[in-house]
Design a protein around this ligand. Structure first.
Ligand code: AMP
Ligand code: GLY
Length: 427
């Protein structure tokens, strides 16, 4: 298991049910997990039957290729397939070639052409860095001047360095967001239980986009019919188009979707498990995930999606100043107390343990508290019971993760509608 976030901690816990797990570099949570070893040895020096690569950056940089060149089984695409996440322009071009429904778009390297395109859009406006930006490179705004300023700061390199020197501008989609993760073996795929992420920093979908502030699974709107349509119209055509281009995609294909009036549309692809989606999806899965992941890596997936039970809700606890400028160093209390709540697991991300033994804030997203239960209501109660037992100075979290849908409520107002009513993108 390669990585150091809460997603990797959740993967390690899930895989440890049926496998011996080694995590590199891991975090204080993985090193305290039974059946899990944490090592600082680089992945290439670890001996394992299966390598699961958590984050996108090493995939984009070709870690899976290096491992495969040494004869290793890997859950994670090579650099060719990882471009789906590494370049939004590539993703949009491939999706368009595959006939996948997605927002109208164009890509630009020059400000004047980008502004001319913005002028022709009705708004709200969506401006994305082409390259990787840790989930923070997307502005959705109803304010034309803000969109122009964002284009300028991205293309100049000021905002995101080289990742922003090309931008993708899109039409804004309306609807409810859904994350559907598929395990692919190059030819076949099986889907994991659907999840919904909450990307904005604060309650009601206000504030800047983040890497994700919480998630839940199952998603009431994600019926079998909706999931079937996503598989048939979006995921399968994408995998086929990858194959046509000679790309043997073995790994997680994560579709970020907008469920609108005219059916599901693709917002983005990620080439790995979602964070925090993994922390809501994996605890629900029953059965042997290690064997399933190995089957995907070895090109021998069957037809059956993993069975899932109950419901899960996870809440991210973020550092003060996140996402713009997280302040680290604060002492974290109560993680063990939270873990004593029935159904609750606390996954570590940006934590470190100093010589004094104290757990401290060491990154933007610090912990994810997951509650599982019979249904979303019970899972949510348990998760927030856990959250209430953790504290550190300036702790930020949303109180409306998986809140029951209400007119004008958080779940009814994602995407373009949120931008229009929220002055989205404001710090
Ligand atoms: P991405 O990194 O492409 O997933 O974008 C991050 C977030 O921005 C998404 O989860 C959506 O909330 C929002 N977003 C991205 N593209 C669009 C779009 N075309 N229309 C509306 N919202 C979008
Ligand atoms: N939760 C969004 C992501 O993993 O990209």
């Amino acid at each position: 298991m390669v990585g150091s976030g809460a997603r990797e901690h959740a993967l390690a816990v899930a895989l440890a049910h049926t496998a011996s797990v080694v995590v590199t570099p891991g975090n204080p949570g993985t090193s305290g997990t039974a059946g899990v070893d944490t090592t600082t040895a680089p992945a290439l020096e670890v001996d394992a039957d299966l390598f699961v690569v958590g984050p996108e950056a090493p995939l984009v940089d070709g870690l899976a290729d290096e491992l495969r060149a040494r004869g290793r089984a890997v859950l994670g695409p090579g650099a060719d397939g990882a471009r789906l996440e590494g370049s939004k322009a590539f993703m949009k071009e491939l999706a368009t070639a595959a006939g996948v429904p997605t927002a109208a778009w164009a890509s630009f390297e020059r400000v004047d052409a980008a502004v001319a395109y913005l002028r022709d859009l009705p708004g709200p406006y969506v401006v994305k860095t082409d390259g990787l930006a840790a989930g923070k490179g997307v502005l959705v705004t109803a304010d034309f001047d803000e969109a122009v300023a964002d284009v300028e700061s991205k293309l100049s390199g000021a905002a995101f360095g080289d990742a922003g020197r090309r931008v993708v501008i899109e039409e804004a989609l309306e609807g409810v967001e859904l994350s559907l993760l598929a395990l692919c073996d190059g030819e076949r795929l099986v889907v994991l239980p659907p999840a919904q992420d909450h990307k904005r920093l604060t309650d009601g979908d206000f504030g800047p986009n983040t890497g994700g502030m919480g998630a839940f699974s199952p998603v009431p709107g994600a019926t079998d019919a909706v999931v079937g349509a996503v598989v048939d119209e979006i995921l399968q055509p994408t995998l086929a188009e990858l194959r046509r281009r000679g790309i043997d995609y073995r790994g997680v294909l994560y579709a970020g979707l907008m469920l609108g009036a005219d059916g599901p549309k693709l917002v983005e692809y990620n080439v790995r498990f979602g964070d925090p989606e993994a922390q809501a999806v994996l605890p629900r899965c029953t059965g042997d995930l290690a064997e399933l992941f190995l089957a995907a890596a070895e090109g021998r997936l069957g037809d059956d999606s993993p069975a899932a039970e109950g419901a899960a809700v996870c809440v991210v606890l973020a550092a003060p100043g996140y996402p713009a400028a997280p302040v680290t160093g604060g002492v974290v209390d109560g993680v063990d107390r939270a873990g004593t709540v029935e159904g609750v697991t606390v996954y570590h991300a940006g934590t470190s343990r100093g010589r004094d033994g104290a757990l401290r804030v060491a990154g933007g997203r610090v912990l994810t508290v997951t509650g599982v239960g019979a249904d979303l209501r019970e899972a949510r109660e348990r998760a927030y019971d856990g959250v209430g037992r953790v504290r550190f100075d300036g702790m930020q979290f949303r109180t409306d993760i998986a809140a029951p849908a209400r007119p004008g409520g958080a779940r009814a107002r994602t995407g373009a509608a949120a931008a229009r009513s929220a002055g989205a993108g404001a710090p």
